[in-house]
Write a protein that binds this ligand. Structure first.
Ligand SMILES: Cc1ncc(C[n+]2csc(CCOP(=O)(O)OP(=O)(O)O)c2C)c(N)n1
Length: 638
């Protein structure tokens, strides 16, 4: 069988041996490899298919790892992985237990100059590398590659403001495919479109392109491009924000033409001022189904290679938390005209598209701008609106200051709905929502809830809106537990925990999705030790039900807490601190995530197993605790 070209690429140097025709065959092979692998493992299909030529051209023109690339989000880094020695069995299991990470990671390869997972980091990190290079009198290139949606991020704009006064040598690739996850939003997106369609600009560019294509690489090419650029600059300057910021603008450029791209990159390498190359690419290029539905194919679960259809989910599965949230909010908004929904570029992921469809004028997608989203909500809240900010737990980290300084300090009625609290297994350390309890619990005025089932999420949403105070509701990724959904949610009493099983000797306070685990642990205790522990669903992390806690401390021998958050500063810490504050001197065992970043994995269960949070490991811990409390197994009791 003929060996594929891709199988002979062990490092970017091997690319340079290929002819133009072979490079285009290689591009096809890479596309097939990505489609095949993502059909098994899921992953970022569309973004990667869109950057095949761009990545090949980058590695042809630049010298990685000496030259540095910073990729925004880095979800589009699969091609880069394949060209930098990672076209092996680990790619077959990308995002799985033994596979590569779905993002770039400095620990995974020397070619990954910077890891990411959150948007908006490419320009600032590249600029930092430029500062180091200039100070150390080195002369390598640093290239930031950012999608059009990265320009909805505040950090990207902060970096843009800082580039030309910091370095003369900075290359920015704007990979414009017009899509964020959903269609890109905002004024920058419109502006990029204007740059592409402006007739004056297009005419000039066509001229530039036609003469570029006639000229071989080399000094004459560079000189002519520079001249053309100078000649056109006067005309272009008024329309190019980049030029105003001291960054030379060249574009629009066909992002799928390898040879053309190489010429532009060679030109950029010679530039004596910061330069941006505006590339046009198609998300999903080469896979018709992905081209047709860019939003669906931004990130996909496993799918059928031929039809592109998602592998059938169990139709009997309970609804996802995100959908219960979205439907419930849309329903509540029908009868409460003050409710407004805000998302930072995740309308479908958060389920907020239900509100978008039902009442579009009360739906706001602000782009990848979590910090702004929270301030926007704060402003709305001062004027009598009831904003609901739906932001994944991990991305809310971006908005920490406005949460403290604007919402909580002024005690404004903003309801935060934190989806993906807990594990995001395939995505890994950049995406797990394991810190929110710790980073929110220390903020005065914050009310924090975690539902143990999807119906309780509805109650908490109504409770949050009704409280008219800063409220945070954290819930996990994926399906609920199959709880019956009430038509009309109820309002919970602030801070009231619920005893779900009256028992004896030990009381187990388990939060959110760990209530189900606690029930199983309780059954095992009953079988082996012959007693039923008390089970509590605390529902509120803050305020904590101190009265119930105090009662349980006097009627039990010890307390166990479970949570889907890091132990440091988490729910168990809240219980421990309260025990200390109340001077109860009561034995406690806390179960939660350790003080380390949790990697990606195939599933919640596999990661729990690896980190001692599966049933068997937890039960072992519980048994040690029972021994400490001198509670004996049934068979050993006298
Ligand atoms: C801070 C933050 N918020 C939200 C996201 C979720 N997210 C991942 S990729 C993406 C869109 C990226 O669009 P763009 O940068 O244009 O790249 P493309 O996928 O179109 O190539 C979003 C919103 C994120 N990664 N980081």
């Amino acid at each position: 069988m003929k060996q594929s070209l891709l199988s002979n690429i062990e490092s970017p140097k091997d690319l340079k041996k290929l002819s133009a025709k072979e490079l285009s065959t290689l591009a096809q092979e890479i596309r097939s490899r990505i489609i095949k692998s993502t059909s098994e493992n899921g992953g970022h299909v569309g973004p990667n298919l869109g950057v095949v030529e761009l990545t090949i051209a980058l590695h042809l023109s630049f010298d990685s790892p000496n030259d540095k690339f910073t990729w925004d989000v880095s979800h589009q880094g699969y091609v880069h992985k394949l060209l930098t020695g990672r076209n092996d069995s680990r790619f077959d299991e990308i995002r799985k237990d033994r596979g590569l990470s779905g993002f770039l990671n400095i620990a995974e390869s020397i070619h990954d100059s910077f890891g990411a997972g959150h948007a908006g980091t490419a320009l600032s990190s590249a600029l930092g590398m430029c500062v180091a290079r200039d100070l150390q009198s080195k002369d390598h290139h640093v290239v930031a590659i950012a999608g059009d949606a990265a320009f909805t991020c505040g950090i990207t704009l902060e970096a843009l403001n800082n580039i030309s006064c910091t370095t003369k040598k900075f290359i920015l690739i704007l990979n414009d495919n017009e899509w964020s996850i959903a269609k890109n939003v905002g004024a920058f997106s419109k502006y990029f479109n204007e740059l592409i369609t402006n007739p004056v600009y297009t005419r000039l560019h066509q001229e530039a392109e036609s003469f570029l294509s006639q000229i071989p690489l080399g000094k004459s090419f560079i000189k002519l491009v520079s001249k053309a650029k100078r000649d056109t600059k006067e005309l272009l300057a008024p329309s190019s924000i980049f030029e105003k910021l001291g960054i030379r603008y060249l574009g629009p450029i066909d992002g799928h033409d390898i040879q053309g791209l190489v010429q532009f990159f060679e030109f950029a390498k010679k530039s004596n001022e910061p330069i941006v190359l505006h590339l046009l690419t198609q998300k999903g290029k080469g896979y018709p189904v992905a081209l047709e539905e860019p939003e669906k194919w931004h990130g996909s679960g496993p799918f059928d290679l031929v039809t592109g259809k998602s592998r059938p989910e169990n139709t009997k599965s309970p609804p996802k938390y995100q959908d219960v949230f979205g439907c419930c909010l849309a329903k509540l908004a029908q009868s409460n005209k003050n409710i407004v929904g805000i998302t930072a570029a995740m309308p479908s992921g958060t389920g907020l598209d239900a509100l978008q469809n039902a009442i579009p004028e009360r739906f706001h997608d602000v782009g990848i701008a979590e910090e702004h989203a929270v301030l926007l909500a704060a402003g709305m809240a001062t004027q009598g609106l009831s904003p609901v900010c739906a932001i994944y737990s991990t991305f809310l980290q971006r908005a920490y200051d406005p949460i403290i300084h604007d919402v909580c300090l002024q005690e404004l009625p903003v309801t935060f709905c934190l989806d993906r609290a807990g594990l995001s297994p395939n995505d890994g350390s950049t995406h797990h929502g394991l810190f929110d309890i710790s980073y929110l619990r220390c903020i005065p005025n914050a009310i924090i809830m975690a539902p143990s089932n999807e119906d309780l999420l509805q109650d908490m949403l109504l409770t949050g809106i009704s409280l008219k105070r800063p409220t945070f509701i954290r819930y996990p990724r994926g399906n609920g537990i199959g709880a019956k959904l009430k038509n009309q949610p109820g309002i919970l009493k602030l801070g009231e925990a619920k005893v779900i099983q009256e028992g004896e000797l030990v009381t187990i306070w388990s939060l959110g999705n760990f209530v189900e685990v606690a029930k199983k642990i309780s059954d095992a205790i009953h079988n082996i030790y012959g007693f039923k522990p008390t089970l509590v669903d605390p529902r509120f992390v803050k305020p904590l039900d101190e009265i119930l806690l105090q009662e349980h401390c006097s009627s039990h021998k010890g307390i166990i807490t479970f949570e889907d958050n890091v132990l440091a500063g988490g729910f168990g810490s809240a219980v421990l601190e309260t025990i200390d504050l109340l001077k109860l001197n009561f034995p406690i065992k806390r179960i939660g995530w350790p003080d380390q970043f949790i990697e990606h994995g195939s599933s919640v269960n596999s990661l729990r197993e690896r980190h001692g949070l599966d049933f068997t490991s937890i039960f072992k811990e519980v048994e040690y605790f029972l021994q400490e409390l001198e509670i004996k197994q049934k068979s050993l009791a006298v």
